[in-house]
Design a protein around this ligand. Sequence first.
Ligand code: ADP
Ligand code: MG
Length: 314
Amino acid sequence: MGEFDLIKRYFDRPELRPGAAMALGPGDDCALLQVPSKHQLSISSDTFVADVHFLTDMAADQIAQRCLAASVSDLAAMGATPAWFNLCLTLPSANAAWVSCFSDGLATQAQACAISLAGGDTTRGPLTISIHAMGLVPTGEAITRSGAQIDDVIMVSGSLGDSAAGLQIIQQGDTTHPLSKRYWNPTPRIKLGQWLRHKASACLDVSDGLIQDLGHILSASGCGADIQLQDLPLSAALLANVSPSQAQDFALSGGEDFELCFTLPAHLVAVAQAYSLSQNLPLTAIGRTSAELGCRIWNEDKGLVTARQGYQHF
Ligand code: ADP
Ligand code: MG
């Protein structure tokens, strides 16, 4: 199958256009996308390299779902509504069965996130997937990393550490375990991100591990943090599969849970807890920002477990 047949057949399907309308979609030199008035376009790019960002021998539909979810998660973290994405696909060969399966997974995730495929590029080479996700946010309302204030409450959605444990379970051969699914099918917190506009002072998605990512908020906002280890949200599935200390380790530095970590003025915590109940989505307070720089992690008897100087550039 030639490059153009492959694009037409697998990437120009109505199932891949469940999101915002396009003045012109795939097929011409460019797509044409209309940004509604009083909105900004938020755009985020991610490259996923086989055996670095995903396991090559995972099913192609699982790879597609994971890559698109990870990209859309960046839109969620800014409070943007997903609209369009571009897909740059580098494939070792034009394997129709693999591409067909990839396209189905992509369509499943595109529908879950209501995002439309606008275009892309298809080339031959080592398996690499690059996604450029675009969202819409009312002008000036995006939630950045730099707005945290001293004495804000630090909160996270869902549970942490599941994805890291899931990757281990997949490597042992079980791709259907609930924790495995948290690795290959993470849930971008799109609705939560939008709800947090005008409420959260700073927000990001946890892709590199809570401590490292929280460090980005702290350095961008010029404050420090105190985190209570016993307050980290750990799922029953995680605790049933690994030791308590391994679970905490995964939660602090495992990464790729794609939950939102945000700072909230203390007077809004009750509102967030009510929202959490109404959405059946845990939102857990794990600590506070402080004037003292760095990130300190405390255990139950108030002993200092570790202190980190937050953000590291390299
Ligand atoms: P050009 O050579 O003009 O850059 P291409 O031949 O690379 O264009 O692509 C032709 C059309 O197919 C473009 O509209 C492009 O956006 C679309 N396209 C190519 N690869 C993909 C893909 N993997 N997914 C979606 N659209 C794609
Ligand atoms: Mg062209």
